[in-house]
Design a protein around this ligand. Structure first.
Ligand code: ADP
Ligand code: MG
Ligand code: MG
Length: 199
């Protein structure tokens, strides 16, 4: 079973990973965006880590709700409300139990990803974070490691795609040949989940 401490480890690992990879995420956001994805998420996840330390929420659902609120209030870019919605809706779907199963987490994350799809209007193949999140959720029933691998594969597979949502879509054909920054950061979040699980 997964408790609040597990979810805190997930968010802390995500914050550390985003911090390490911020320059790379911003570099990916340079040719097909406005070169701020790494700094956006670094600021957002630093706020998440600080808030979790200060408030120490006691349930999995409360950890993700707090993290989601922090992302929405501190990240100016498109990714803030999208990741914030992912975490808030996943947290809400987890309910207020002290522990959840891996199956419950997989189901709740599916609800969260669906909320991101509704909010942003992106479908798989549109060259967004959805291209890493959907395969990850599909593979999560198997293992955290399988979810990480599926997210990385999904992120890498965005390179030849033409962007249909977000800033990169303004470039039309010229978005082809560049890896999507949001799909890349989504794969980092899924990798942090595996890290939290200690696999
Ligand atoms: P901004 O584009 O506002 O500067 P960021 O650079 O932080 O925001 O995030 C860009 C990433 O957000 C993109 O690489 C893409 O993965 C994701 N994104 C943008 N718009 C959407 C959308 N409508 N649905 C899903 N993901 C999106
Ligand atoms: Mg940007
Ligand atoms: Mg921006």
């Amino acid at each position: 079973m997964l408790d609040a401490e597990f979810f805190r480890r997930w968010m802390t690992a995500a914050a550390a990973s985003v911090d390490r990879e911020a320059d790379r995420l911003t570099a990916l956001d340079s040719p097909i965006g406005d070169a701020d994805h790494g700094s956006n998420l670094r600021r957002g996840f630093a706020a998440v880590a600080a808030a979790l330390e200060k408030e120490a929420p006691g349930t999995p659902g409360a950890v993700l709700a707090l993290a989601g609120r922090q992302l929405i209030s501190t990240v100016g870019g498109a990714s803030g409300p999208l990741y914030g919605t992912l975490l808030r809706r996943t947290g809400k779907a987890l309910g207020d139990g002290a522990e959840v199963s891996t199956e419950q987490l997989a189901e709740a994350l599916r609800t969260g990803v669906d909320a991101v799809r509704t909010l942003g209007g992106a479908a798989p193949g549109d060259k967004t974070m959805i291209d890493a999140l959907v395969p990850a959720v599909d593979a999560l029933g198997e293992s955290f490691a399988a979810a990480r691998a599926a997210a990385e594969e999904g992120a890498a597979a965005t390179t030849p795609l033409r962007a249909r949502k977000g800033r990169a879509s303004y470039l039309g054909e010229r978005s082809i040949g560049h890896r999507d920054p949001g799909a890349t950061s989504a794969a980092l979040l899924v990798a942090a989940l595996e890290e939290a699980a200690g696999e």
